[in-house]
Design a protein around this ligand. Structure first.
Ligand code: PNS
Length: 173
């Protein structure tokens, strides 16, 4: 009954899942898959952030996410810059999805949700608890493990793992 109520009310809702996704992990993919079951459409939005030096360009990340979400019919992948709520309004989205791992995420994510609420009262942040098996996983950890020669096959989609290994084969550690 509760689930029916939620699904009924979210049936026409467009949700944005914003982030850096440098690179997309299996934890991100889990959140996208679950978001797709809750909302009409999920737009995975990759931030163009001039203040960071990423491993992959925004275009590369978009291509990686598109390949990883090919099995999902209601996903779109896009890049954006500026404020997330402005992008959400431009896309007529009503919800921002964020994944919550440990308590340490909570403070940062709550602050971000509150800040976004002050910027737009129309956009709600919905937190999805990460599945247990991915509760430790972050893009930074994936990059660090790969940099020091460890295996990341269990942490990211196979095509992403190949691209990360290729990056590190080219660069000195
Ligand atoms: O994957 P990340 O790096 O944790 O994602 C953070 C992101 C991109 C969601 C956040 O930094 C963001 O929304 N940046 C856009 C600028 C913005 O809207 N700032 C106001 C909210 S704090």
């Amino acid at each position: 009954m509760q689930a029916d109520f939620i699904l009924h009310n979210c049936a026409n809702v467009i949700a944005i899942y914003p982030g850096s996704f440098d690179p997309i992990t299996l934890g991100h993919l889990d959140i996208i898959e679950r978001g797709c079951r809750l909302f009409e459409q999920v737009i995975v939005a990759v931030l163009r952030n001039p203040n960071k030096t990423p491993l992959f360009t925004v275009q590369e990340r978009i291509a990686q996410i598109r390949q990883a979400t090919m099995h999902l019919s209601n996903v779109e992948v896009d890049g954006f810059h500026g404020l997330t709520v402005n992008y959400a309004q431009m896309r007529q989205a009503q919800v921002l999805i964020r994944g919550l791992r440990a308590l340490s995420d909570f403070e940062v994510e709550l602050q971000m949700a509150h800040t976004n609420k002050t910027l737009s009262n129309q956009i709600e942040t919905v937190f999805l608890a990460t599945s247990n098996e991915y509760s430790f996983l972050s893009s930074s950890q994936v990059k660090e493990i790969a940099r020091f020669g460890g295996s990341i096959d269990h942490l990211v989609p196979p095509h992403v793992a190949i691209e990360i290994y290729r990056c590190h084969a080219k660069k000195p550690t």
